[in-house]
Design a protein around this ligand. Structure first.
Ligand SMILES: *[C@@H]1O[C@H](CO)[C@@H](O)[C@H](O)[C@H]1NC(C)=O
Length: 311
């Protein structure tokens, strides 16, 4: 979990990543049926964890939806975050046709969305290499599941404009009397590309974009198209960083809004951040994205960064 203090006084944003931790865990009904694919995969590959249901049967005890969080929930409460953003690295679906020849296909029963609610999750980033593990119907059900639970999605959608628009979280006006602008001037864009979220409430907002890069295992075919559900993809070019910066500059209200990018980039583990990734993240930060978290390395990696621009 990564926690950053926000730039605004008393604003805290908790950013965390949640992946197969409960993908292989119990489903909503308490049983854990392994798909034939999971069972076959477990049989084929040494070291691949077997779905618990195939080994030990049902969990001996039913647990509440908060259970998978463990002590993280208390820690999060203690931080009193204004915003909780996760990278949800699994599909939430019962669809059973895996993306072919992928090897690792994460799936979480839609009923487990109660666990995300129990953690107070407001935004789920889906620009990663597992949201389409159960093909387009699996992504569509994931979107419906999250939306149905009142959790906003960043980085994937029913088409490119939905996948690439920022998700907006309205914060309550700052306690210190910080002036907030009217939102009337904002979001003049058409409804399609306009940020998702409340539009005409005063007060600071957090805008979250999700971006996936092929270095983290997101397939090119997963890129959302004009009429194709998928992921908002990025390359690591200066031009793309500039486009993201321009979109952020256009959507943000200067002085009050906070921009966050959930960037899924890089391979698992490893010790270094390749130069291209450094340059891209620096370019984002020097643009309009002073809060950025990059995922998938599974360990903290040092990457010298320039000072953030003042908002
Ligand atoms: C993209 O998807 C959204 C949500 O389904 C829809 O409202 C919008 O019209 C779509 N845009 C295009 C260009 O198809």
């Amino acid at each position: 979990m990564f926690a950053y203090s926000g730039l605004l006084p008393s604003r805290r944003i908790v950013l965390s990543t949640l992946l197969g931790a409960f993908t292989f865990g119990s489903n909503a009904s308490g049983a854990t049926p392994a798909s034939p694919q999971q069972a076959a995969m477990a049989a084929r590959l040494p070291g691949v964890p077997k779905p618990p249901g195939t080994v030990n049967g049902k969990l001996p005890e039913r647990r509440g939806p908060e259970y998978p969080w463990g002590v993280a929930l208390q820690d999060m409460e203690a931080m009193r975050p204004d915003v909780r953003v996760i990278n949800l690295e699994t599909a939430m679906t019962t669809h059973d046709k895996p993306w072919p020849d992928k090897g690792i296909n994460y799936r979480c029963h839609p009923g487990n969305v109660a666990t995300l609610k129990a953690g107070g999750v407001q935004v789920a980033g889906l620009a990663n290499n597992h949201c389409l593990d159960w093909q387009i119907p699996g992504l569509m059900e994931t979107l419906e599941t999250l939306e149905g639970a009142g959790i906003m999605v960043a980085g994937a959608g029913r088409n490119a404009s939905q996948a690439c628009r920022p998700t907006v979280i309205q914060l309550p006006p700052a306690a210190d009397g910080q002036p907030s602008r009217s939102a009337a001037a904002a979001a003049a864009a058409d409804a399609d590309t306009a940020p998702a979220g409340p539009e005409d409430v005063d007060g600071p907002r957090v805008l979250v974009w999700g971006l996936g890069h092929e270095s983290s295992g997101v397939y090119d075919e997963w890129e959302a198209g004009e009429a194709r559900p998928g992921v908002c993809m990025t390359d690591l070019s200066a031009a793309h960083a500039a486009r993201v910066g321009a979109a952020a500059a256009a959507a943000k209200r200067p002085g009050s809004d906070i921009a966050v990018v959930s960037l899924h980039v890089g391979s698992n583990w490893g010790f270094t951040v390749p130069e291209a990734q450094r340059q891209f993240t620096r370019a984002l930060i020097q643009g309009w994205i002073p809060r950025l978290y990059a995922l998938t390395a599974w360990r903290a990696l040092a990457c010298p960064l320039p000072p953030s621009p003042s908002l």
